[in-house]
Design a protein around this ligand. Sequence first.
Ligand code: ADP
Length: 496
Amino acid sequence: MSTTAETLAAAYFKDGTLPALPSGHFIDGAYRPSANGGTMEAFDPGLGKAFASFAAGDAEDVERAVASAARAAVLWRRSTPIERRRVLAAAARLVRERAETLAFMEVLDSGKTIAEARGDIANVARLFDYYGGLAELHEGASIPLGPDLTSFTVNEPVGVTAHIIPWNYPSSTFARGIASALAAGCSAVAKPAETTPFTALLFAGILSEAGLPAGVLNVVTGLGTDAGAPLVAHPAVRHITFTGSVATGVRVAQSAAPNVASLTLELGGKSPVVCLGDCDLDAAAEGVLWAIFCNAGQVCSAGSRLIVERSIHGALVEKIVTLTKALKVGHGLRGADVGAINSPAQLARIRTHVDAARARGRSIVTGGGIGADAIADTGWFYRPTIIDDLPADDACVCEEIFGPVLSVQVVDDDDAALAAANGTEYGLYAGIYTRDIGRAMRLAREIVAGQVTVNDYWAGGIALPFGGMGKSGYGREKGREGIDAYTATKTITIRG
Ligand code: ADP
């Protein structure tokens, strides 16, 4: 019988049996313990229990990883685009072969549902294939200067790159940065979030099996303060890709400044879903539901603010509330629609926000508390929550909660919808629901956001550039632009 996440889950729930897990950091082509022998526990958010331990790295492990990446950068920059494509394509095949084990581990690390984890692992394989292909297509330009001069550009790899990975999408965030960096000819050191270390370690092993030379990719696990901070401050690192909170992103930018290292910052969001009076109500209700409750709302680009025209306010909110009440909240390996919150700290943040809204007298029309549907799911859960009819300056409208909490704002026309949509410091993503293409296009152009969709909140995929405006950050990942951060243009001009 082939291994499926269901068979792995049955063994795990029976007596804690797990598939073989890597032990140690991945440095210079092999799994190695921390220099100081330190380890940490990994917790299953669905049960709230430790299931394994992993290496807790510090500056010494980072030093070994960066030294290995610096050596490997010299070799890898000389590899041909075809060699890079072959490695990434072989890794994509291995990811697909092992997709069930990888998805199972992603659920244990993150708390998400198995359906969501399967989607993330499929995206990893897609990213490896996509950037493998792009390795051969990332062409320079020839610039006309007249008969005596030949001028052209080459895209040179920037060298050693650092990747600070968040806990909400550990696999796909790892893969989008790493695949782009490797395709560009850069080497890399990744630091997964301390609550989600395992999939990055498994991908490092897979890329090595696929033929990636030792040192081109290293993974150091551990705390942000102990392992992340020395990595982003390391003078040999030339580019840092960071995905996480605004506060940590600012600290990372400050650490990078003395080294003049470049940055891609993918920070928070408070993305609006604008539903105009003429929209298809059922499609909008379904769209809003998953815009916010996908991954239990722990999504940078979650549609966490419903901005609804008054004429449909009551009907639309009623439909969304009905759909929300039918969602099953529970362990990601036991058939839930909405999985766990990644950590007790994150659960506490969500509770604090919603409890404060309740204390302010806000109208919580569903949810507003903790807990899963099944008693056996003893981990960290928050009920999908909707807070209706909020003023534009309410904290639940302005501040990122990063959980399954939808705020609702009622507006009277398109100008008011636009003002509400642009009413936060963020600008990552936005959704619009309307049957009127003219209204949709005006809003799509005027809303401050790096990505806008119309009539399908999550439309798109890895081929579309993704990134922020305002405090949501800068730089673009995914799509053809994703590779740009990892190359520097060199212009060569010849007289003769
Ligand atoms: P959260 O506050 O939700 O845990 P963070 O933005 O702090 O999210 O974490 C995102 C990633 O940044 C994690 O991998 C974390 O370990 C890492 N990190 C945290 N602090 C630092 C730091 N000072 N320098 C580098 N990385 C850090």
